[in-house]
Design a protein around this ligand. Structure first.
Ligand SMILES: [Ca+2]
Length: 188
């Protein structure tokens, strides 16, 4: 009896309040970010450069990937569809690329605009360019704020010279991971 009472008292006087924020995958706002079947959602600014879907090599995660070859003496920009954004949110941006030679001529940039149609240029927000030669690299810029008054943005894969470049898995969206937080823990 006393054991039961004791157990009952123990249960009654013990409170364990524990709350956590679940980890949620970041929403990627980029259209066709992994080139699963085509090049939809991306535009090649230089017709002299070839821009094709390549399923013959491994992608950053999985083939196919986007393949750009720029001719001698020129580069190009491969630009994503315009993305409407909420500038009050923290954002993440990353890009994966495989570059044939000097990496300094390849940049993954995020460009912000003050209207909703990517027409009124506001500024270049993030610039990722640590792409090594001959291997896939995926630099990232986490948890940043867009400039005030940003309403839209696009990704610009800039290739500044004659190069052979693959890219894949382009991510841009609200920061989506929240650290697990122990909000209350109380044992009496
Ligand atoms: Ca892919």
């Amino acid at each position: 009896m006393s054991l039961v009472v004791g157990r009952t008292i123990f249960v009654a006087t013990t409170s364990l309040l524990c709350a956590y924020a679940a980890e949620v995958a970041a929403a990627n706002l980029v259209t066709n970010p992994e080139f699963d079947a085509n090049l939809d959602g991306w535009t090649n600014a230089n017709p002299a450069a070839t821009f094709t879907l390549d399923g013959n090599i491994a992608g950053c995660i999985a083939a196919p990937s986007a393949h750009v070859v720029t001719p001698p003496g020129s580069g190009t920009d491969i630009i994503s569809d315009c993305i409407v954004v909420d500038a009050s949110q923290r954002m993440d941006f990353s890009a994966c690329a495989l570059v044939s030679a000097a990496f300094t001529d390849v940049h993954a940039t995020l460009v912000a605009f003050s209207d909703s149609t990517c027409s009124s240029y506001l500024g270049t927000v993030e610039d990722l360019y640590t792409f090594g030669s001959g291997i896939w690299n995926e630099p990232s810029a986490p948890y940043f704020l867009l400039p005030a008054n940003t309403q839209s943005a696009h990704v610009d894969m800039h290739i500044g010279a004659a190069l052979d470049v693959h890219f894949d898995r382009i991510r841009f969206g609200p920061t989506g991971t929240t650290p697990v937080t122990l909000q209350a823990f109380d044992v009496e």
